[in-house]
Ligand binder design. Structure first.
Ligand code: ADP
Ligand code: MG
Length: 240
């Protein structure tokens, strides 16, 4: 579903990514971990075309996102992203936030976008907030709206970039529960997170990055319990 082939990304002379290769199967749940500045965000921004690698190739669901001409509409319909800081439209209601992209990008009729949007809002536990504005919501609620908004594009892939990092501790769990629930579906998920509980419960494979490189990959058990890699051990001892 996602093929990352020898990808590098330079900002000036600095390598944010250095020869990264990774194959992600349809339906797979990948958790990316690693220290700050190791290139995790850059990698997922390259997957959805927000950044362009300086070297290498990325193919997402048959779309070469590193090509000069990318079918942006198809890519946008295929790949949804959930950001650390929610990125909701402040002057739109919760339901409008969830329906605007499918209506504008995919030309889904309003009625249908609202029906499916309301269903996803119910799924993330927010069916009583449809008419509310983001400012009236807690951080955890905002992030759940952002997840419902991503789902309402009916994407084949969802990318999460530290979805709980901006949340107060008491709100992290409600968002993790939604993501864990989603991980039971057959959608392909790539999640950057420092939440090792989420990695253990949801990940088919964990990818450890450091200094722009993929240092190791394996099942959560392989990486966390049987890890012989001293760099992973050092990283885990710092965040746990
Ligand atoms: P992570 O998400 O693992 O914390 P990032 O992918 O955000 O790491 O960043 C990797 C490196 O690339 C960092 O050194 C960061 O400062 C640098 N970087 C990221 N985006 C830019 C940019 N737009 N311009 C210059 N440097 C950047
Ligand atoms: Mg980041």
């Amino acid at each position: 579903m996602i093929s990352i082939q020898n990808v590098s990304k330079q900002f000036g002379s600095m390598y944010a990514l250095s020869h990264v290769s990774l194959e992600i199967e349809t339906g797979e749940k990948i958790v990316i971990i690693g220290p700050s500045g190791s290139g995790k965000s850059t990698l997922i921004r390259c997957i959805n075309g927000l950044e362009r690698p300086t070297e290498g190739r990325i193919v997402v669901d048959g779309i070469d996102v590193t090509a000069r001409k990318v079918d942006a509409r198809k890519l946008y319909a295929d790949v949804a992203m959930v950001f650390q800081d929610f990125n909701l439209y402040p002057h739109k209601t919760v339901l409008e936030n969830v329906t605007i992209a499918p209506m504008r990008v995919q030309h889904v009729p309003r009625e249908e976008a609202e029906r499916s949007g309301a269903e996803y809002l119910q799924r993330v536990g927010l069916c009583d907030k449809v008419s509310e504005y983001p400012a009236k919501l807690s951080g955890g609620q905002k992030q759940r709206v952002a997840i419902a908004r991503a789902l309402n594009m009916h994407p084949r892939i969802i990318l999460f970039d530290e979805p709980t990092s901006a949340l107060d501790p008491e709100m992290i769990q409600e968002v993790l529960e939604v993501i864990k629930d989603l991980a039971k579906s057959n959608i392909t998920m790539v999640i950057v997170t420092h939440e090792m509980g989420l990695a253990r419960e949801a990940a088919d494979r964990v990818v450890f990055m450091e200094a722009g490189q993929v240092v190791d990959t394996g099942t959560p058990r392989e990486l966390f319990d049987e890890a012989k890699n001293p760099r992973i051990q050092a990283f885990l001892s710092k965040i746990l």
